[in-house]
Design a binder for this molecule. Structure first.
Ligand code: SAM
Length: 452
């Protein structure tokens, strides 16, 4: 692999990088790491060392076939590159996680940072995971639904639309689209698409995204900015741009020397940045910087009318109580689904719904169809389901048949809707009709390939 000269020169001149070690690290195997879901921590593979700058995450001795592990499909863990898990340290060192927090993950698909953030927030809080590119929304929704947190919603809006939510968020995570040089080792084709013009193009886009989003950050709110690029234009110089154009103050983080993270300082404002180099840390190239917003801009009065949700009917309410534990929850009708959220965020969910394009509310429960209450696929992964709901625990091979939507049988199961589980973790819904079982696993989530 030939790393572009412009990157090499910049690293040599500005960060005293040992270029032969940096280049050699690009011929080594990419470490594989997983982060466990604190709501249902389990994984079908043996762990190696833990990832030092985060909790609940481990390296694996080799890359297994995750598709064949039903626990992967149950949302028990997320396969995530280790460096990017540094967002946890940035978040926990800059934010009081015991408080109610309204958090935006502005560039969220496929959901690595969002699943991490959802696990750091308490149940009174709300995470808005936004992805502007609509073709990337389904993977984000899938990952967030399976993660099963009750505090997160998914939106599909342009950064410009956030001007409708002035001074709204306590924290904003902007994992910006970038030139991707930090991923050269992982995605070899990234090198073919790299060019100086593209770095500049990405930088202008990063500036636009931040300028659009920042009015939605509250005073004293925290901005966490990250990229997977080595280019200063997208990292330290971007920090200077932010300090120059917005009321932002850089925040220093505490790291440990043995982790091998490189602390950098931007040229003009000496903003603190944190770089991950693959020859110094066990992970891919990554950059992160944190800021506090010191004052708020004048904003136009928000004339948006709240798009009020439709209330649920008395029959729907009765059906719900048989299926889920309803304490502290508010229920509404969203399109045809009965959905809900914690009462602590009713105001914020309504505000976000009036301003942005909603793809998933904190939880979706299902629909009353005649006398039958049809549970929503997402509900299977949220631990509000009543103990009265019947579950059938199956072995790995039956679990995989279910996940492929192939026919399968169960020795004895009662009629009606029930959950299929593997090692007691929910995989999805099925309906037993007596002579056959209807598989309610969503068709677009099914495993398509046989992998051995
Ligand atoms: N945070 C994600 C994670 O941890 O899984 C990865 C995000 S990726 C680095 C950047 C995201 O920004 C992509 O999903 C991309 O679709 C989105 N994006 C692309 N153009 C954008 C734009 N103009 N405004 C906002 N987001 C954009």
């Amino acid at each position: 692999m030939k790393i572009p000269e412009q990157i090499i020169n910049q690293l040599k001149e500005n960060f005293n990088t040992d270029i032969s070690e940096f280049e050699a690290s690009h011929t080594q195997t990419v470490p594989v790491s997983v982060r466990l879901n604190p709501l249902k921590p389990a994984c079908g593979f043996e762990f190696g060392e833990s990832v030092p700058w985060t909790s609940n995450a481990f390296y694996l001795p080799e890359r297994p076939i995750f598709t064949n592990d039903p626990l992967f499909h149950a949302g028990c863990y997320y396969v995530q590159e280790a460096s990017s898990m540094f967002v946890e340290l940035a978040f926990t060192q800059t934010v009081d996680t015991s408080k109610k927090l309204i958090v935006l993950d502005a560039c969220a698909a496929p959901g690595g940072k969002s699943t991490l953030l959802a696990s750091l927030l308490n149940e009174k809080s709300l995470l808005v995971s936004n992805e502007v590119i609509s073709t990337r929304v389904p993977v984000l929704t899938h990952n967030m639904a399976k993660w099963g947190s009750l505090n997160s919603m998914v939106t599909n809006s342009d950064p410009k639309d956030f001007s409708r939510l002035p001074n709204f968020f306590d924290v904003m995570v902007v994992d910006a689209p970038c030139s991707g040089s930090g991923l050269f080792r992982k995605q070899e084709d990234a090198i073919e698409h790299w060019s100086e013009e593209n770095v500049n193009h990405c930088n202008l886009r990063q500036q636009r995204i931040l300028a659009d989003l920042l009015p939605a950050l509250k005073e004293d709110g925290v901005l966490i900015y990250s990229t997977c690029s080595y280019s200063m234009e997208e990292n330290e110089n971007m920090c200077d741009y932010l300090c120059e154009h917005f009321p932002l103050e850089s925040i220093q983080l505490k790291t440990q020397a043995e982790w091998g993270i490189t602390e950098t300082h931007s040229t003009k404002h000496k903003a603190h940045g944190y770089r991950f180099f693959p020859h110094l840390t066990q992970g891919e190239g990554f950059f992160l910087a944190c800021f506090k917003k010191k004052s708020i801009e004048e904003v136009n009065p928000n004339r948006n009318q709240h798009k009020l949700f439709k209330k649920i009917s008395a029959d729907e309410n009765d059906s719900l109580k048989k299926l889920i534990n309803t304490d502290n929850l508010d229920f509404v009708t969203f399109y045809d689904d009965i959905c809900g959220f914690n009462k602590s965020v009713t105001y914020e969910v309504n505000k976000v719904t009036s301003a942005l394009k909603i793809k998933k509310l904190p939880f979706h429960i299902g629909q009353l169809k005649g006398k039958d209450f049809v549970p929503h696929p997402y509900l299977a992964y949220q631990n509000i389901i009543s103990n009265a709901v019947i579950k059938s625990d199956v072995d790995a091979s039956t679990a995989l048949q279910y996940l492929r939507k192939q026919p399968f049988t169960l020795p004895d199961s009662s009629n009606g809707f029930s959950l299929l589980t593997y090692k007691n973790f929910n995989l999805g819904w099925m309906k037993n009709l007596g002579n056959r079982i209807n598989n309610y696993y969503p068709a677009d989530w099914r495993i398509l390939k046989e992998i051995f």
